[in-house]
Design a protein around this ligand. Sequence first.
Ligand code: FAD
Length: 477
Amino acid sequence: MDHPSPHADLLDALHQRLGERGLLRDPAAMARYLSDWAGERLGMPLAVARPASTTEVAETVRLCRAHGVAMTPQGGHSGLVAGALPAADGGELVISLERLDRIRDIDPVNFTMTVDAGCILETIKQAAAEHDCDFPLSLGAQGSCQIGGNIATNAGGLNVLRHGMMRQLVLGLEVVLPDGRVWDGLTALHKDNRGYALAQLFLGSEGTLGIVTGAVLKLSPRAIQSRTALLGLPSVEAVIALYGRARRECCDLLSAFELIPRRCLELAMEATPELTEPLDAPDPWYVLMEVSASGAMDLDAMLEGLLAHGMEANLVRDGALASSDAQAARLWQFRESMLEGQRRRGEHLRTDISVPISAIPDFVAQASRAIHARSPDCEIIAYGHVGDGNLHFNILPPAGMAETQKKAHLHDLETRLFEILDEFGGSLSAEHGIGRTKQAAYLARLSPVERELVEGIKALFDPAGLMNPGRILPDRR
Ligand SMILES: Cc1cc2nc3c(=O)[nH]c(=O)nc-3n(C[C@H](O)[C@H](O)[C@H](O)COP(=O)(O)OP(=O)(O)OC[C@H]3O[C@@H](n4cnc5c(N)ncnc54)[C@H](O)[C@@H]3O)c2cc1C
């Protein structure tokens, strides 16, 4: 005997409102909404709704609210903390924003762009460039992540040291609240001090306070030239000393400054065999840096000067300055391929922590000692965006460790790493957010006052607790 599907009334109403393209119920059709970039997969949603407008998002949310069904807002599912993946119990409706993909308006004089939340980041960057502007958020997942996901996670990529994170790049938002009302906060004002900054509450809220459907983004003048260099250095101390010099000597035109250990270069060359040794001899640490300008400046002279001064001060051992866009792209390929190289090594601990920039050398040394004291044969791969104090202090389990032991072992090492991080006043999430995977560690570090405020905000926006339950805060239903 056929059992009626749970929430059949809701699904019928959604089907009627959103049409065939707007509601997926067949497991094969839903498959691509169930896993993220890392291949992690949680479970099966009730269905996948694909509304095509803000009005349809609002109606979907209203219907869910009326039927008491939880919702999972979903962008490009490139998030790395399982925030956009539906729970395993089949009780959540995935609401994908992928059909809200219109660039609504570009104002190159006001340096703003108004977009639907489902626009892919790469598309936004291209549209800005066509109007002689830059949208400066750049990250490895930009070909698939959506601007709504970037807003919900307060994303920040390679250029944060120059342009800030999403919090600094958003002027206004349009949001469907958990009860289905639409908040129109689509202001294009660069200065606006009217009371509480409501839009900022949604930045980094990971879909727990409402569904972002539109945004006004802040643009920059388009960089007409940029230069990239890969430098070899003897130590992390030298990297940080060079960073201070680079900020000053490069007239605030520094747009990226990446710390890369030797091992990452090797992983990149393994993953992409056409990449070859970039410098004459191996160095323990590398910096991949970029300077860019929207006007005429002698960037070559600037970088050559920095390299010469760095060598005189024994900070830099060797360097390669890209002399064409193709060469620059090749250097950046090391940064991209090293991620694939790590992924191929199977299950490992990924972190996105931050400490004050000046503390990076001590932190790397102390954390490495503490982790190796616990697990002498594990492999540490620490790289990151130096200009933001943001490190990916990743750990590969010892070679040969049984698959069944890895999860618990890596969890134990993460716990130890976070203890050291606490001693440095660091953050356990500088980029990816809390989602599900960081929740316990995050909650354990909240003071009673912080916990009360955070839970109060959630209760104010979402008293029924149906909007992305169990992410950031425990599911209170
Ligand atoms: C290769 C790679 C490199 C990366 N590099 C970086 C980096 O440099 N910096 C960085 O910050 N992150 C980075 N990330 C993480 C990821 O790309 C970002 O978190 C991104 O902002 C997520 O966007 P998304 O559209 O894929 O969101 P999803 O993964 O779909 O969702 C992420 C969270 O946002 C919520 N959400 C999504 N859309 C909406 C919406 N419209 N309204 C409300 N909530 C919503 C979801 O419920 C979920 O909680 C990287 C990821 C990969 C795979």
